[in-house]
Design a protein around this ligand. Sequence first.
Ligand code: NDP
Ligand code: HSE
Length: 406
Amino acid sequence: MIDIAILGYGTVGSGVYEVIKNNQEIVDRKSGKHINIKYVLDLRKFSGDPVEDILTDDFEKILNDEDVKIVAEVMGGVEPAYTFAKKALLKGKSVVTSNKELVASHGQELIAIAATKKANFLFEASVGGGIPIIRPLCSSLTADCILEIKGILNGTTNYILTKMAYEGSGFDETLKEAQALGYAEKDPTNDIEGFDSVRKLAILSSLAYKKTVDFRDIYTEGITKITKTDIEYAKALNSTIKLIGESRLKGDKIDAKVAPLMIKNTHPIAMVNGVFNAIFINGDMSGDTMYYGSGAGKLPTASAVVSDIIDAARHVGVNIRIDWDDEKMPIIPLGDTKVCAMIRFAKKDAKTEERCVAAFDGADIIRLEGHEGEFALLTKAQNESDIKAILEKLGEEVLSFIRMEG
Ligand code: NDP
Ligand code: HSE
């Protein structure tokens, strides 16, 4: 038997309890020993709940219980999650977590502590909810030099964009639905402004390129500026707007960003809808592999947390090697990366179109029925800083700027 503790009894924490209790036989068989939930830590009381008897608000009790070998941190936020995780690892306990804020900020340090203590710091659920993506990166694609990562990394924003595109729903009402379904972060700004996606991109990129990619260095744009008119243009272009996180190896640097991207409907990512996420990884030997599944939600996420608990139970006293060096990975400035963009302009006068077309050599012009006061240009691929310089010189009113695939 092995005793474990769950820190946080919210959406994911209650899911972890449920997955273990519902699938106890499977979990025990895969672990090779009985997994016993000895404590659940939360500040709230849950009277009448099955965890009532094992509930505590005292972390030190868990820390000082030598029988507890695995701690599942599912509280969220950097503190006290970081302090608790570090203390547990220093005591030789393994820590598993779904907390991307924690992993993106302190993952490298916690992995290193785990290694010195012959314990494990595992974080499968921190990216892509229920999708196996950390383990494939760390354990399967080990013979490759990873060249590119690209994907939908946030369930809440994909849920919102899908509802806006297919049902004409409004942004605010759809965000509320995502919150009620347990998909959104405690502060949903993290979802809609891309901060959640960029942390996940930094985690995947650090594991892929083996150096610390700091999420604070990555250009990040969310979906709050996407309008129904942008979506109409996308439809007219047989395309879909998705919030994409992407990074690419360029020599000893990477380019990386999180931003809405207009993607042709024939691309597999365009077909990823609702709370689903999809992540492409390109390796120099394996080529493209794609990972798809529920990017958020109680049971899919809890399933990933429990898979880490099982792995930790199988490896008591044995560290599972995770390569993530503390050397910082340099990131190419956004302005130096090439992009194509759809730029919507307000028609100030009869000559606006002419001036814009002249400024963007070779750009295609798109006019949409019912939107006579505006038009859009589809630029050729050029450095983002050059596009911005042209726009500044042009001085026309830009209604939206959305990058395009390819
Ligand atoms: P919730 O807010 O639903 O649950 C967190 C729980 O932890 C709450 O019950 C909270 O109590 C409790 N808690 C917070 N601080 C403490 C503390 N200091 N001591 C004891 N208990 C504490 O969040 P989720 O379950 O949704 O998310 C948890 C983590 O998993 C986050 O990092 C999130 O980003 C991540 N995640 C979530 C997914 C999802 O679909 N929901 C998917 C993948 C990852 P209180 O409410 O009183 O603050
Ligand atoms: N809020 C996150 C999302 C949870 O919507 O993707 C999963 O990490």
